[in-house]
Design a protein around this ligand. Structure first.
Ligand code: MF3
Ligand code: CO
Length: 270
């Protein structure tokens, strides 16, 4: 069942989403060679708790994970890690691709977003991976209008990615979001236009393309958290929480234009 949100609820989700955006901005600002992902995690948790919110990932325990609840505020997935990389004390190095995913619960509502950055200089292949993944998320966002279907959103991502010779991860999907982090419907990053549930004003989705340079296949060891590409190829991940409204898509985890500019620069140049 897809839960529709009222305009008031969407404003609450915008508060949660705005906090997620602020956290990602601060973490991207601090990320650099020599910094550890644990340091980034501590910064993120402090910003979230200081805002009176709760890190949504910390303590999260789905059935299919057999090594305990998620231990951190951020997922920090490096290079061939696709999602759910756990922050640790390895210093970041020049050339690392770091995907940073976080979620918060504020006043009963959730926000969820992710961004990928390059530490130091990005070569042309890596730059292309980042740009195509980001572009595929934008293509999904513009489809979030009443009357379109989930398959239109899914197909938009797949079309952008595959046209560039890259591949979308199939095992993990985007999702509805609201008073729970994961609600119906699942929003795959591949699909057929004109299929799936019809979008209505008040639906809110976490759209999250995960894109591999190699095949779409992924693996996780011992049913534990970190997921990596099966062929060891590099992977990128971008995510926004987006409301469907009568006026079109409304990105609830958007950064301020100035912050977006600073993050963009970091994505290109490190
Ligand atoms: N954005 C991811 C998701 O929607 C991140 C979840 S991380 C977890 O599932 F630790 F909470 F599982
Ligand atoms: Co998500």
């Amino acid at each position: 069942m897809i839960i529709l949100k009222s305009a008031e609820e969407i404003e609450k989700m915008r508060k949660a989403g705005g906090l997620v955006a602020r956290v990602l901005e601060a973490v991207v600002e601090k990320a650099g060679a020599g910094v550890t992902t644990l340091e980034l995690d501590r910064l993120a948790e402090k910003i979230i708790r200081d805002a009176g919110a709760v890190p949504a990932f910390k303590g999260y325990q789905p059935d299919f994970i057999k090594c305990g609840p998620y231990p951190a505020t951020l997922c920090t997935s490096l290079n061939s890690e696709v999602v759910h990389g756990i922050p640790d004390d390895r210093p970041l190095e020049e050339g690392d691709i770091l995907s940073i995913d976080t979620g918060v619960e504020l006043d009963g509502y959730f926000g969820d977003a992710a961004v990928s950055v390059v530490i130091g200089e990005a070569g042309p292949e890596v730059r292309k991976l980042m740009e195509v993944t980001q572009h595929s998320l934008k293509a999904a966002i513009v489809m979030c209008r009443p009357g379109n279907r989930v398959g239109d959103v899914s197909h938009a991502v797949q079309a952008v990615v595959e046209a560039e010779g890259l591949n979308v991860v199939r095992r993990f999907v985007g999702h509805g979001i609201g008073t729970s982090m994961h609600e119906d419907p699942p929003v795959p990053n591949y699909g057929t236009p004109g299929t799936g549930p019809v979008l209505k004003a008040g639906m809110v989705f976490a759209l999250e393309p995960m894109v591999n340079m190699g095949t779409h296949e992924v693996e996780a060891s011992a049913d534990c958290w970190p997921v990596h590409t099966a062929d060891g190829s590099l992977s990128a991940h971008f995510e926004h929480t987006v409301a469907v409204t009568d006026d079109g898509p409304d990105v609830l985890t958007a950064n301020s234009p100035a912050a977006a500019g600073r993050m963009e620069k970091k994505r290109r140049l490190g």
